[in-house]
Ligand binder design. Structure first.
Ligand code: GDP
Ligand code: IMO
Ligand code: MG
Length: 424
């Protein structure tokens, strides 16, 4: 079996992917972020400190691991610079083992402005609640073939030609929203500064990744967000503009699909969602507030309070199928320690009809969740390090999820720190 593992969010994001990648990266040769940009907020807590990673792959703390910002990503070099400086200051390490594939697209200042303006223009019920990091506008330019790629920074003449083609249209859009426009020279100056700082790290990653795959080295693929906000399979239009799935992992990282040996799905023991769109198990009661308080459910990128609810096993089952999940990492089990009753959603009623599968967005808007109740274990799990350390009812809860999803739960996380993880 191949030694490539993809780590995928199987809910609405913020499942704990950063913490799982940090754990698995200890002996990885390469970690590749394969899609998304600095809209991510991946929290890692280890012996070096506490970090919220946005575009830097979560393998950065292992000095022997090569970290790649893959071809499927969109990169804002200004925020990347700030992130690197922050890691270096807090962790006391030199961040130099990070490379950017030349095919990654660049988030330009106009993308961020347009993201904010487009979001402001959406009517109340249609708001996506984007992170305003320019993600959608940047991927739009990529799809319409007017994007600027990291590799373009290395060829001044070509870059100027690309900008001369792209900018008039961007300026027209900016003017439409009454925003500041840009000259080619202004953007060229910014690109020159980016090239001076990052030019040596912008490379064609294919030969390196291929060599690692063919010599069976351990490679981790780090996803951003989760399938419920996938642009094709999520709650469109309340999605991000890329594919956080296992298929997206292959595509965004130069790994052939058949070479992904393991797909680890990260799943919270309850659920959260940030931004707009349907979310069937959302709680508006004391239980919801308790999950938010105990789970510290506030965005790692925007600080927004996360919407909280019970675990949706119908959505999770869809996610397991769509991603071909081979192993699950169940996180935040400890947050349920003080709930006398825990619920899980096992079906929906939609316009009088019973559903045991996840329908498309407009049907989700009308769905009423059907819950099964589970008696809580009412004791502290955060100190458990082995399966046997978990209280019996907590074990039964984990086994119940495993059975309903037909997918092995290989990792159980009982706290945010690196060692608060049980491997079964
Ligand atoms: P990501 O975007 O998927 O990497 O997840 P986030 O970092 O945005 O959100 C997960 C949050 O839960 C972070 O604050 C983590 O430190 C925290 N966390 C992760 N796993 C656990 C766990 O098992 N227990 C507790 N209490 N916190 C966890
Ligand atoms: P991680 O990787 C949670 C949400 C936004 C918005 C939608 C589109 O930490 O799990 P975008 O800025 O991508 O155009 O926003 O997706 N969103 C996230 N929600 N965690 C994230 O990242 C997110 N990245 C984007 O709230 O609804
Ligand atoms: Mg996050």
């Amino acid at each position: 079996m191949s030694n490539v593992t993809a780590v995928i969010g199987v809910q609405w994001g913020d499942e704990g992917k950063g913490r799982v990648v940090d754990y698995l990266a200890k002996d990885a040769e390469i970690v590749i972020r394969f899609q998304g940009g600095d809209n991510a907020g991946h929290t890692v807590i280890n012996e070096l400190g506490k970090f919220a990673l946005h575009i830097i792959p979560s393998g950065v703390f292992n000095q022997d691991t090569m970290n790649i910002v893959g071809a499927g990503t969109v990169v804002n070099f200004d925020t990347m610079l700030g992130e690197i400086e922050n890691i270096e200051k807090t962790a006391g390490i030199e961040v130099k083992n990070i490379f950017i594939d030349r095919r990654a697209h660049l988030i330009m200042p106009y993308h961020c402005l347009l993201d904010g303006a487009e979001e402001a223009k959406r009517s109340e019920g249609q708001k996506i609640g984007t992170t305003k990091r320019g993600i959608g506008p940047c991927y739009s330019d990529k799809a319409s073939r007017s994007g600027i790629r990291a590799g373009d920074l290395l060829d001044e003449q070509w870059l100027r030609m690309r900008l001369e083609m792209a900018l008039p249209r961007k300026n027209r859009d900016l003017e439409y929203y009454g925003l500041k426009t840009f000259t080619v020279d202004e953007i060229m100056a910014k690109c020159k500064a980016w090239k001076d700082r990052f030019g040596d790290y912008i490379i064609d990653t294919v030969p390196i990744v291929r060599e690692a795959v063919e010599s069976d080295k351990k490679i981790l693929l780090e996803g951003q967000l989760g399938i419920m906000r996938d642009n094709d399979w999520g709650i469109y239009p309340y999605t991000t503009s890329s594919n956080p799935t296992a298929a997206g992992a292959a595509n965004g990282s130069a790994i052939p699909p058949s070479k992904i040996g393991k797909v680890v799905g990260v799943i919270k023991a309850y659920s959260t969602s940030v931004g707009g769109g349907p979310y069937m198990t959302e709680l508006f009661d004391e239980d919801g507030q308790k999950l938010r308080d105990l789970g510290h459910e506030y965005g790692a990128t925007t600080g927004r309070p996360r919407r909280c609810g019970w675990l949706d096993l119908v959505a999770a089952d869809y996610a397991c199928y769509m991603n071909g999940i081979t192993d699950l990492a169940l996180t935040k089990l400890d947050i349920l320690d003080t709930f006398p009753v825990i619920k899980v959603c096992t079906g929906y009623m939609i316009e009088g009809e019973y559903y045991n599968h996840l329908p498309d967005t407009l049907f989700q808007e009308k769905a009423k969740p059907i819950y099964e109740e589970f008696e809580g274990w009412m004791s502290d799990t955060s100190k458990a390090r082995k399966w046997e350390d978990l209280p019996q009812r907590a074990q039964e809860f984990v086994l119940m999820i495993e059975k309903k999803l037909g997918t092995r739960i290989t990792y159980v996380s009982v706290g945010p720190e690196r060692d608060q993880l049980i491997v079964r």
